[in-house]
Design a protein around this ligand. Structure first.
Ligand SMILES: Nc1nc2c(ncn2[C@@H]2O[C@H](COP(=O)(O)OP(=O)(O)OP(=O)(O)O)[C@@H](O)[C@H]2O)c(=O)[nH]1
Ligand SMILES: [Mg+2]
Length: 460
């Protein structure tokens, strides 16, 4: 069983059928471990074919299994650490008859040196993980690729495998390690008068770490709600009618509307259901273009808007149809959006209104056009990518650790600026590092490994 002693024993050579169950023309048997060459000797008609090979190699040769006639096979051989598991490995691509594949495994498990056994579910991936080839989020992504039920799930799992989540986490962890190294060097040489990092630098860097952690946590938390809950953001310049549109969509005066530009400061949210999908509509402060003139409150409002944009899946980009489009609006509309977007032209009741091509047209005051906009939203919601259960599970597993890491870094930040607290700061940062390690598997527990690998199938 994964998590039991056997699976951690990488001295054994493991083998399994790696092709899908069922009738197929070709089947694959995968072997990994120190006895790979002996295994090959036990089935190849020609002997010593691979003995002198020290490069990853593909060869075609005949194999002889039990009472079956000799047959042709393609052998993919990795003699060293360049394999998936970072140990000698081979894949035998051979005729796919189930009895033949089964007999191959039996023959392999009976080689005289012993120490060859059938792999446990997920054991190849577990070895890749233990050898440092994959981190845990990637191991889970392998599972996601295997379990994907449709193209969208598959592409999400593949992008995770390519490092979607993992890149952010690695960079964060590296920054943390570097900072901790400086801090601890200072502690080690406290008697000598060497300054490895100034108070100022420390505070700045810890602050930056807290911010980065917060961002990753935000992304991850939004993933958790993504499968059954969609965040729809209303965005646009001040006074274009975003709050009015929110009110029209939810059918009540949820957000304050006024002719004064810059009315909405914080963001306002309302839950609603669109065609069976739970949605949160988020009204934001209008985007201010001249950052130089912003007051403190204005710039905080802008930051809130930016943050909400990052965690939303659909954007209603609002423009005021009763006036000319601003250059920024034209640029925004031309730009390919990050996610799903609908452009909405508001105030269609006003004289001089011009409907911009490909935009939805609404008068929030009379709710004219709002029903059609809802219909459009139904279509757009159908296009959103859903993440498979594995990505969801990975996110859930990570959120807890990330929250703890964030709390530690925030405590460290509060300590910065005080005298003689470097030791305490280091403790907090070490705790955070440990939590990040749990996510990617640099630090792992049997319990975590059990949960992840027990859901794998044999041969992966
Ligand atoms: N005639 C007309 N006026 C509208 C319509 N929608 C909004 N307005 C007016 O436009 C002004 C701005 O509306 P808001 O909904 O507050 O605009 P906002 O985009 O939320 O503005 P900020 O919060 O300042 O960014 C108000 O005076 C509204 O009454 C509409 O459909 N028709
Ligand atoms: Mg508003």
């Amino acid at each position: 069983m994964p998590g039991s002693a056997g699976v951690f024993n990488t001295d054994d050579t493991i083998c399994a059928i790696a092709s899908a169950a069922g009738q197929a023309q070709r089947g694959i048997v995968r072997i990994s471990g120190p006895q790979v060459l002996h295994c090959l000797e036990s089935i190849l008609v020609e002997s010593n074919l691979f003995a002198a090979i020290n490069q990853p190699t593909v060869l075609r040769s005949e194999i002889q299994i039990g009472g079956f006639p000799a047959c042709d096979a393609q052998l993919y051989y990795w003699p060293d650490h360049r394999s998936y598991t970072r140990e000698p490995s081979v894949e035998i691509h051979m005729p796919g008859a189930a009895p033949l594949l089964q007999a191959t495994l039996n023959q392999l498990c009976q080689i005289p040196t012993g120490l060859v056994r059938i792999a446990e579910p997920g054991e190849f991936t577990m070895r890749a993980f233990l050898a440092g080839r994959l981190d845990l989020t990637q191991a889970e992504a392998v599972l996601g690729v295997i379990d994907a039920v449709d193209q969208q799930e598959l592409s999400v799992a593949l992008s995770q495998l390519a490092g979607g989540l993992n890149k952010d986490l690695q960079s964060l962890r590296n920054r943390l390690i570097e900072l901790l190294a400086h801090l601890e060097a200072g502690l080690d040489f406290v008697e000598e008068d060497i300054e490895f990092i100034s108070q100022d630098q420390l505070q700045r860097q810890v602050g930056a770490l807290a911010k980065q952690l917060d961002e990753i946590l935000g992304k991850l938390s939004s993933r958790l709600v993504q499968s059954n809950h969609v965040r729809i953001l209303l965005r646009g310049l001040p006074n274009v009618g975003k709050s009015s549109l929110l009110n029209a969509l939810v059918g009540e005066p949820a957000a304050i509307v006024s002719e004064v530009a810059g009315t909405t400061r914080d963001y306002v949210t309302r839950l609603c259901r669109i065609s069976g999908v739970d949605c949160t509509l988020i009204d934001t402060a209008g985007v201010e273009l001249s950052a130089a003139e912003l007051s403190q409150i204005d710039s905080e409002a802008q930051e809130v808007t930016d943050r909400q944009k990052e965690v939303s899946q659909v954007e209603l980009f609002c423009v005021d149809g009763s006036r000319e489009l601003d250059a920024w609006e034209i640029e925004q509309i031309k730009r390919v959006p990050d996610g799903l977007r609908i452009v909405v032209c508001t105030k269609s009741d006003l004289p001089g209104f011009i409907a911009h091509a490909a935009a939805d047209v609404v008068t929030s005051h009379t709710v004219e056009g709002v029903a059609a906009l809802r219909e459009h939203l139904v279509n757009v919601l159908g296009q959103r990518t859903t993440e498979g259960p594995v990505v969801q599970q990975t996110a859930a597993r990570c959120v807890d650790s990330l929250e703890k890491a964030t709390q530690s870094v925030q405590r460290a930040w509060q300590l910065c600026g005080q005298q003689w607290v470097e030791e305490l700061i280091a403790v907090e940062l070490r705790t955070a590092l440990n939590q990040l390690g749990l996510i990617i598997g640099a630090v792992y527990t049997d319990d975590i490994l059990d949960r992840i690998f027990s859901t794998f199938c044999i041969g992966k």
